[in-house]
Every structure is written in C-alpha cells, then in structure tokens.
Design a protein around this ligand. Structure first.
Ligand code: HEM
Ligand code: HEM
Length: 184
C-alpha cells in the first residue's frame, strides 16, 4: 500500500500551477491578493473545501462496511493530495498576515501537514495489501510491533489537532464573513 510517491509529485505539480496563477494575479493587480477579495477569498474557500475532504473522505471510506468503492491506497493518496494542495491554497489566501485566531488556524494547518508527513513515514513502514490490511512482510515481529504502537500514538495526536484546526477554522470563517463581508 502507498507504493512510490505519486501523490506527492502530483501535489507538487498542482502547487506549481497554483503558484503560477497567483503570480499572474500579483502581476496584473500589482498587490498581494487580499484575503477578502475575489482571488484571495476564492482560493481560501476552494482550499478549505479540499481540507474538509481531507478530514472526512478517507475516514468515511475506512470505516464504511457497506460501501467499498476504490482501493484504500487510492483514497489515502487522495487524502494526501488534498491534504497538501488545500493547505497551500489556504496559505495563499492569508495575504501573509497571521493575526489573531486566523493566524492560530494557519499554525494548526501547518502542524497537521507536518504531522501528516510523519504519519505517512510510519504508515509506509508497515507492510500492507493495496487495501490497507497489514500483512507479513520484511519487518521483524518486534519492529512491526513498534511501528504499530507508534502509528497508534500518532493517531492519538494527529486526530485532535485536526479537530482543533476545524473548530478554529469555523470560528474564523464565521467571524471573517460577519465582520469583513456582511458588515462592509
Ligand atoms: C483553514 C482555513 C483558513 C485559514 C487557515 C485562514 C487564515 C486566514 C488568515 C491568516 C487571514 C488573514 C488575517 C489577518 O489579516 O491577519 C484570513 C483572512 C480572511 N479569511 Fe481566512 N482562512 C481560512 C479559511 C477561510 C474561508 C473558508 C473563508 C471564507 C469562507 C475565509 C475568509 C476570510 C476573510 C473574509 C478574511 C479577511 C478578513 C479581513 O480582511 O479582515 N477564510 N484568513
Ligand atoms: C488538511 C490536512 C490534513 C488533515 C485535516 C488530515 C486529517 C487526518 C485524519 C482525521 C486522519 C485519521 C483517519 C482515520 O484513521 O480515520 C488522518 C490520517 C492520516 N493522514 Fe492525514 N490529514 C491531513 C494531511 C495529511 C498529509 C499532508 C499527509 C501526508 C503527507 C497525511 C497522511 C496521513 C496518514 C498516513 C494517515 C493514516 C492513515 C491510516 O492510519 O489509515 N495527512 N489524517
């Protein structure tokens, strides 16, 4: 499961294209796109939708007993792709200002992405089928046990960070829409 780095390369490519688009907007408008105007706002919304997909889709597929669409490895690849491209778009949305709660939300976002890379590293140490089931592999029994324990520990850290991120993101979105959009 998760052989190669295809999803990382695709995410990298998408980020280069998005950077190009961002560069064009900067060039034409001669300013850093403000978070509350068309481009900055739009890229924040699309990025946030990607992040919501990251938070929900893989977990739903993992726990679904009735629906068995697609391989788990493909869902995890999609998780990683949207989990990188979404936060990158949100980063471009910030207009490089990190005040107050919005700044804290950005910090949570950065932390979850770094944590994701650590999780990906541990995850790929455990030999699995393409559908995510653990199999006997090249690891010795003892280091397999260790990798499993590490993965469980990682889950207990990664999941609450994700929740804190979405709580603060929803408060930011509510407040930003109220103060910066509706009251304008
Ligand atoms: C995890 C997702 C998000 C993060 C990390 C984030 C972060 C930020 C940051 C750092 C700023 C700049 C704050 C400052 O001026 O110091 C900002 C501004 C803003 N954000 Fe977000 N944002 C996110 C999602 C969204 C979404 C989905 C929306 C809209 C539906 C949104 C609406 C706004 C608006 C309107 C502003 C401008 C506020 C103003 O000009 O005072 N944000 N955001
Ligand atoms: C917006 C960013 C992200 C969010 C909100 C997020 C959220 C989550 C959540 C909630 C889970 C638990 C899934 C479950 O067991 O039900 C998870 C698992 C995982 N995530 Fe992320 N993640 C993000 C980004 C990333 C990134 C960038 C990577 C890799 C570079 C990554 C790699 C993983 C891995 C390997 C797992 C474990 C899969 C498993 O044990 O079945 N995540 N993530």
């Amino acid at each position: 499961m998760l052989r190669g780095n295809k999803e990382l390369w695709l995410a990298f490519l998408a980020m280069i294209l998005i950077t190009g688009l961002y560069g064009l907007v900067v060039l034409f408008t001669r300013e850093v796109p403000p978070a509350s105007e068309l481009f900055g706002h739009g890229i924040g919304i699309v990025g946030f939708i990607f992040m919501l997909m990251t938070e929900t889709l893989y977990s739903l597929r993992k726990r679904s007993r009735s629906v068995r669409w697609g391989r788990m490895s493909t869902w995890l690849q999609l998780h990683i792709f949207t989990g990188l491209v979404g936060p990158y778009m949100v980063l471009l949305h910030t207009s490089w200002k990190f005040n107050g709660l919005a700044g804290i939300t950005t910090l949570f976002t950065v932390i979850i992405v770094i944590s994701g890379f650590i999780g990906r590293y541990i995850f790929t140490r455990i030999p699995r089928t393409l559908d995510g089931l653990e199999i006997e592999g090249t690891l010795s029994q003892e280091s397999l046990k260790q990798a499993r324990r590490l993965m469980a520990l990682w889950h207990t850290i990664h999941i609450p960070i994700g929740m804190a991120l979405f709580v603060s993101a929803f408060v930011h979105i509510g407040a930003a829409l109220y103060y910066a959009t509706l009251l304008k």
